[in-house]
Design a binder for this molecule. Structure first.
Ligand SMILES: Nc1ncnc2c1ncn2[C@@H]1O[C@H](COP(=O)(O)OP(=O)(O)OP(=O)(O)O)[C@@H](O)[C@H]1O
Length: 304
């Protein structure tokens, strides 16, 4: 369990993390979402004691990270996959860590196997691809068999096979009862991976909820209707206060009127329906809507 209370970090007059309070619970994947510069990495560094909070506190299993008896057995983290000595092989990198932390040698082989690097384990990590580097970083995080795992943007730059592998790994770690905390600015990725979401923008907590609650609470709901009597239904819906738009494929999109009411109107007026379906925004759309005021740098189309 990770708990933050009023966690704040300032760099000069810049507030990178602003009064964050949250709890990351075991047995689920918690996605930590936010646009670039939102404060995700800074928060993760404070959890690991790599940065000191300006105010507030954050604890791991009830204690500040620095006061854990054997941190590597409690928390495994992948913050920067490139932070590995390139001249060493994956095997020696892991062995070195295992020996300094009193972990058995067999643990090295176990984690290499989990991440699929056994066949290249004796090669220098300098020649590793981005995906192999990420896998080695994950093996490092898993080495102490910790109950808490933190991954900062683990799928950045990975191919679809690598993304799928990390996604399944995170889910299986959570299913084993571990706490899995993963940051991303890829909303579509979190939609398939996370159970719970913490969303931040400009250092502040914007949402703390399940993925389902997040989409339902932040997406504009619409109803898609297909009927051979589209003009008649459109008129009825408009008269009842709904907004109707006609789609190129002949269907109608209805907003501002519950789906149930649309169905009732059709039934009461003897109109045949071929489809009546809820349309929900994706997590991507919901996230962009929610964080549009807290994006640090906006692109502009057509600007000179
Ligand atoms: N060492 C530092 N000195 C000054 N400002 C910093 C420092 N580290 C981070 N910041 C600033 O704090 C804010 C939060 O940065 P952080 O890297 O935590 O965001 P992030 O959500 O991880 O972003 P990204 O997705 O781009 O990695 C940014 O505005 C950043 O410029």
């Amino acid at each position: 369990m990770i708990e933050a209370v009023g966690l704040t970090k300032r760099y000069g007059d810049r507030v990178a993390v602003d009064q964050l309070s949250f709890t990351v619970r075991p047995g689920q994947v918690t996605g930590f979402l936010g646009p670039n510069g939102a404060g995700k990495s800074t928060t993760m560094r404070m959890i690991l004691g790599l940065d000191a909070p300006t105010s507030g506190r954050v604890t791991v299993n009830g204690r500040p990270f620095a006061r854990l008896d054997n941190p590597m057995l409690a928390v495994g983290a992948l913050l920067d996959a490139k932070a590995i000595h390139g001249g060493r092989s994956a095997y020696h990198h892991l062995l070195c860590l295992a020996q300094t932390n009193n972990l058995p040698r067999r643990r090295v082989d176990e984690v290499l196997d989990v991440v699929g690097l056994s066949t290249v384990a004796r090669k220098r990590s300098k020649g590793f691809s981005l995906g192999m580097g990420q896998r080695l970083g994950i093996a490092t995080a898993l080495l102490g068999d910790p109950q808490i795992l933190m991954f900062d943007e683990p799928v950045n730059g990975l191919d679809p096979e690598g993304i799928l592998w990390i996604r399944n790994l995170m889910k299986s770690l959570a299913a084993e009862g571990r706490t899995v905390f993963v940051s991303s600015h890829l909303m579509s990725e979190m939609e398939h991976t996370a159970d719970h979401l913490l969303v931040i923008g400009r250092g502040r907590l914007i949402a703390d909820c399940t993925v389902k609650e997040f989409i339902e609470g932040n997406s504009v709901l619409a109803t898609r209707v297909r009927t051979p009597d589209a003009p008649a239904l459109a008129a009825l819906v408009s008269a009842a206060g709904g907004t109707v738009t006609s789609e190129p494929d002949g269907s109608l999109l209805v907003t501002e009127l519950p789906m149930r009411r649309v169905g009732d109107l059709a039934f009461d007026n003897g109109l045949r329906l071929h489809e009546l379906a809820p349309l929900q925004a994706s997590l991507e759309q919901a996230f962009m809507e929610l964080t549009k005021d807290s994006v640090e740098y906006h692109g502009s189309l057509g600007a000179q």
